[in-house]
Design a protein around this ligand. Structure first.
Ligand code: TGC
Ligand code: FAD
Length: 389
């Protein structure tokens, strides 16, 4: 008799992981089962980010987990992916928080910041004592950040920052915002602190997606930023885009967790739901749909694991990340929508996870580069022709 396979891991990805990676995965999975899943339905309904989780996530060393030193865990890229996968099995909002803090705030400070900036922010962020946000998108078109209007001018030893940013995760709870602005010396990253005069933020309410995550706008009205708060290591769009590569990599893993949560729910439901005198799972079309979910999850797992190994070898190309972000977000959102349908009327209730994941994934497939953006990045790689211009 053939052995029973794990429905969430048909190709036994687990056996490809090192002992340390398995330990990271299992630790975060337990935390999510015990401390995250039980509260996400209510957090989503109340449109609230469960802030008390910040300290708990910090205690596990999940912020800036890929950074060596500065009180960070120094884990490899595959471990970061597994962290994202397990967190997003709970909710995309919590994974978003960790993506922003780790890949979009701590990463640029670590990669492009001065030693003083690193000492000041990285240990505090690793401990969850300081929260960060990342301001790149502007209201007139997030897909094309080269058209940014936010700008800064030197004034003695300071810079004067003007403009605004839109759709910013953690905007209203951030102690520091890494803000990208046009200057006479190229695009630069500014660490804007929450109390700086002229800096303001507002929460965007009434979202139907990522309701358990805070999203907002940032406004800069003649904000005086000292030169010591400017990231010295980069002066071009490569700065913010390289951060996106880190975050997109994590998202490619994260959405697998959301998809697994949906498959898990419908596997249970279709065995219990009796229609026309037999469990729903006994019908051919339902089995085909479940099999298709498992096929897509398995493909996504293989893609992300391979991507992680390439990342850890130091040879990651942004195009490879684009392909995985596109493929895995598409797989996850299709699975979540199909799972919602399989649940029938129950599928519109927040008591079942697919609708929450489905709604969250509408954001996830849009932020960090829309599906179209990633398709065009791959298209450019194949043809050598830039279709953005
Ligand atoms: P392009 O001329 O291609 O590139 C400019 C410079 O950047 C370099 N580069 C990259 N470097 C690292 N990673 C990447 N992914 C990179 N893409 C480009 C490039 O080599 C060049 O470097 P250099 O040294 O020669 O100057 O730039 P472009 O203006 O043509 O842009 C191309 C395009 C459309 C792909 C880019 O603009 C893009 O990715 N647009 C989408 C924007 C986006 O994804 N925004 C996300 C905002 S943050 C967010 O959504 C957070 S959600 C967080 C959460 O809650 O989880
Ligand atoms: P647009 O760029 O206006 O795109 C509109 C449509 O046009 C899309 O369908 C797009 O695919 C399509 N399109 C674009 N270019 C082309 C083309 N060349 N050909 C054909 N079609 C095209 N940003 C941050 O900086 N920091 C954050 O923390 C952050 N968090 C976010 C959190 C949430 C919940 C959301 C929803 C967004 C967040 N964003 C953040 C912004 C996000 O990155 C942008 O929404 C995204 O990049 C798309 O930009 P846009 O919304 O302006 O859409």
């Amino acid at each position: 008799m053939s052995r029973k396979l794990d429905p969430m891991d048909l190709y036994d990805i687990r056996s490809e992981l090192s002992e340390d990676e398995v330990m990271v995965k299992d630790t975060v999975a337990r935390f999510v089962d015990d401390n995250v899943i039980p509260l996400m339905q209510e957090a989503f309904e109340k449109h609230e980010f469960p802030r008390h989780l910040i300290g708990e996530v910090a205690k596990m060393g999940l912020f800036g987990s890929s950074i060596d030193g500065y009180d960070c865990a120094g884990l490899n890229g595959v471990s970061y992916g597994l962290i994202c996968q397990e967190l997003e099995r709970g909710d995309s909002g919590l994974r978003s928080f960790v993506s922003v803090q780790s890949s979009l705030v701590m990463y640029p400070i670590h990669t492009y910041g001065s030693e003083e900036q690193k000492q000041r922010w990285l240990p505090a962020m690793a401990k969850g004592e300081a929260v960060g946000c990342f301001g790149l998108t502007e209201s007139h078109g997030g897909s094309d950040p080269s058209n940014m209007k936010t700008h800064a001018k030197r004034d003695g030893d300071d810079w004067i920052l003007n403009g605004s940013k839109m759709w910013i995760t953690n905007a209203t709870i951030a102690d520091a915002a890494v803000v990208w602005a046009r200057t006479d010396e190229g695009v630069k990253g500014f660490i804007v602190e929450k109390d700086m005069p002229g800096f303001d933020s507002h929460e965007i309410k009434n979202k139907f997606s990522l309701r358990a995550s805070i999203t907002g706008t940032l406004f800069f009205n003649n904000v005086r930023v000292p030169d010591c708060n400017v990231l010295p290591g980069v002066s071009s769009l490569r700065g913010p885009l390289s951060c996106l590569t880190q975050a997109r990599y994590g998202i490619s893993w994260g959405v697998i967790g959301a998809a697994q949560a949906c498959l898990d729910e419908v596997l249970r439901y279709t065995q219990e739901r009796i229609l026309f005198g037999r469990p729903l799972a006994n019908t051919q079309t339902i089995q085909i749909r479940l099999a298709d979910m498992a096929r897509r999850i398995t493909s996504a797992q293989l893609m992300s694991l391979r991507l992680g190994r390439i990342k850890d070898s130091g040879d990651l190309s942004p195009t490879q990340v684009s392909m995985a972000k596109w493929n895995n977000c598409r797989a996850a959102i299709d699975i979540a929508r199909d799972a919602r349908d399989i649940l029938g009327g129950a599928g519109i209730s927040a008591e079942y996870v697919p609708i929450r994941h489905m709604l969250n994934l509408e954001s996830v497939i849009t932020y960090e580069g829309t599906e179209t953006v990633h398709q065009l990045v791959v298209g450019k790689e194949l043809t050598g022709v830039n279709a953005f211009g």
